[in-house]
Design a protein around this ligand. Sequence first.
Ligand SMILES: [Zn+2]
Length: 126
Amino acid sequence: MTEPVLTLHGFFQRARAGQLTGVRCGKCGGLAIPPKEFCPDCHARAWQPVPLGGDGTIVSFTVIRVAPRAHAADAPYAVAVVKLKEGVSLLGRIVDIPLDKVAVGLPVRFRPLVKGDQTSVGFGPA
Ligand SMILES: [Zn+2]
């Protein structure tokens, strides 16, 4: 028996528990996060879940000053693309880092953002 392919739901359940999980393609070895239906590189569907450390650095970011209504009370906040040590990049919200300290190259660490039954990807100080 092989482990079932990690679903997006499973991804967020693990994230909620503090574990960031990617998927590795069994055909070409490409790593993806969050999980996708097919490998963007070779179009295979042969994923294996891979636990990720959650450490990375900011490669780009945007400060959201006018937020969607659900997040309006939180604005301004930063959303960043973070390149993890494992080599994959992931979009997440920056938390507990002052906006004027958010910079490309800044080390950050994954943390789950839990609001009710919603879980999203966040990054805090490394
Ligand atoms: Zn592949």
